[in-house]
Each structure stands twice: as C-alpha cells, then as structure tokens.
Design a binder for this molecule. Structure first.
Ligand code: GDP
Length: 295
C-alpha cells in the first residue's frame, strides 16, 4: 500500500490521543506537532503542511471536540475532512466537448508515465462505451510510437501515427480522422523531455493553439514528491493545465505529491496510476484517499 510511512505516523499520533480520554489543549497541540512532522516527512510542501495543521488545530480545540466523550475520534474526523479538502474535496471529471470529439492533450516529462497513461485512459473510456483514438505526437523517440501502438493494441483502441512527422500537423490530422471515423475522444500523447525547456513548451503551446484541446492533463510521477509538484506548477504557468494524472502511486511510500499538488497549483488530481498494467488506473477520489491514509 502507498503512503505507509504517513499512515503509521498519523496512527501513532492518534493512538496517544485515544489513550488520553478527555483532551487538554496541550494534548491537541502535541498531536498536531506530530501530524506536522509526519506530513513533512511524507514530503508535503512546507507551507501546505503548516496551513493544514493550523486549520485542523483551530477546529480541534473548539468546545464541541474538547467536551465530547470521544474527543480523539473527533480530531481524527477533522483530520480526515481536512485531508479530503486538501486534495480538492471531490473528484473533478474531465471536460466534455459540446460536439464530439473531446480532445484531451496529455503532457509531462519523459518517464512520468505519459504513454502508459494515455493507453490506460483510452482503455478505461472504451470500457465506458466511448470510442477513443490514441495519437502518437511524441515523434522524437521512435520507441514511443511503438510503445503506444503496443499499448493501444492491449487497450483495443486505434492508434493514429505518422511516424516522425510534425506533431502539430499530426494532432490536427488526427482530429480530422476522429471526426471522419466517429471517434468521440482523442487522446494526444505528446513528447516529453528530461527537464522542462522552452522547446518543449513551445511545441505544446503550438499543439494547443492548433487543436484547442478541451482538457490538458499533466502526467506526473508521484515517486518524485515535491519535484512533481514543481513540475505541475511550471506546466500550469507556461501552458495552463486542467488537471493532473498522478502516476506510480503503487511505488510512492510517502504521499507528498498527492497531498500538495492541489494546494500548490490549484489544479485537481483527476486520475491515479497504480501499476504498469493497462487496467491499473483509478479515478482519483480525495475522500477515499484520505480514508486510505488514515487506515
Ligand atoms: P513516458 O516517457 O512519460 O511516456 O513514460 P512511460 O509511459 O513510458 O512510463 C515510464 C515507465 O514507468 C514504464 O516502465 C512504465 O511501465 C512505468 N509506469 C508507468 N505508470 C506506472 C504506474 O502507475 N506504476 C508503475 N509501477 N509503473 C508505471
């Protein structure tokens, strides 16, 4: 399970609270100090952790909690609610075009899991009765095109590719192809780089300007913690994103990215990747994630 470190530490902090019965302000203060440390060790953004604890503390020292018969339970409930709020409250669905096809542009750094998740999303939407088209706009790595074709086959979804042509033109022609062949969802797998650079952003901006995607999803690797959050911030500032696909949650023992992305960028996590297989993708539900963290 992901986030075991954070879960264990929070659970220890609450165990001590539970053993106290009635709580004093200093009991709550001590528990909140532990919660803050647990969040920082989970690689949650510093300011996010600080604001989180301030919010929980303010609610936890209220009369309703302090005078209740099960104050520790109340504190845990508040932490659960605030963790949920921190991750955006509820799931935000992707946009839908008023007239099909809906165009979704996937971007992200190389190795983040972009190609894999383009195929996973195609697979998921196909199962829901949609007719997705995967588009190979990552023209710089021949392996990326092959990989998309292999994964597209696993997903049972057509792949539009023109080899190593011009990605802007490919995106445009793919949309036309989708209209001609009745695909109601176009998923553009764009090129990644090892680092954010101007060339990458310029190309993404040109694709965006040419096809006008209804949804821009940024794919980030949860295992990179705060780096993932910084990448999300940079992409949002340069390109404008609508949401995040948080990948490799299965290997993320800490949870910092999941807990900070929304607060730092204002953009919700919409999907989470939980393995290498085509079906290992989840719609991201903040409430379920919070409950998982609290065990
Ligand atoms: P891209 O360069 O961004 O297109 O990244 P890829 O889609 O090629 O993924 C990079 C590597 O990460 C591949 O080996 C994938 O199998 C792996 N990967 C992608 N998503 C996940 C995930 O959610 N969990 C795990 N464990 N591995 C993943």
């Amino acid at each position: 399970m992901a986030f075991e470190g954070l879960s264990d530490k929070l659970s220890n902090a609450f165990k001590r609270l539970r053993s106290k019965g009635k709580l004093s302000q200093s009991d709550v203060k001590e528990a909140m100090r532990e919660v803050r440390l647990a969040l920082l060790e989970a690689d949650v953004n510093y300011k996010v952790a600080k604001d989180f604890v301030a919010k929980v503390s303010e609610r936890a020292v209220g009369a309703e909690v302090m005078e209740s018969l099960t104050p520790a339970q109340h504190v845990i409930k508040i932490v659960n609610e605030e963790l949920t709020a921190l991750m955006g409250g509820e799931n935000v669905r992707i946009a839908s075009a008023p007239k099909p096809p809906t165009i979704v542009m996937l971007c992200g750094l190389q190795g983040s899991g972009k190609t894999t998740h383009a195929a996973k999303l195609a697979h998921m939407f196909k199962k829901q009765g949609r007719r997705p088209l995967l588009v190979a706009c990552d023209v710089y790595r021949p392996a990326a095109i092959t990989q998309l074709k292999v994964m597209g086959e696993k997903a049972g979804v057509s792949v539009f590719e023109q080899g190593q042509g011009n990605p802007v033109k490919i995106a445009k022609e793919a949309v036309k192809h989708a209209k001609d062949y009745g695909n109601d969802l176009v998923l553009l797998d764009t090129a990644g780089r090892l680092h954010i650079d101007e060339t990458l952003m310029d190309e993404l901006k040109r694709i965006k300007a040419e096809v006008g995607p209804h949804e821009i999803l940024l794919v980030v690797d949860a295992m990179t913690g705060q780096d993932a959050v910084n990448v999300a911030k940079a992409f949002d500032e340069a390109l404008g994103i609508d949401g995040v696909v948080l990948t490799k949650l299965d290997g993320d023992t800490r949870g910092g990215a999941a807990l900070s992305v929304r607060a730092v960028t204002g953009k919700p996590i919409k999907f989470a990747g939980t393995g290498e297989k085509i079906e290992e993708i989840e719609v991201f539900h903040p409430e379920r994630m919070a409950s998982r963290i609290l065990g």
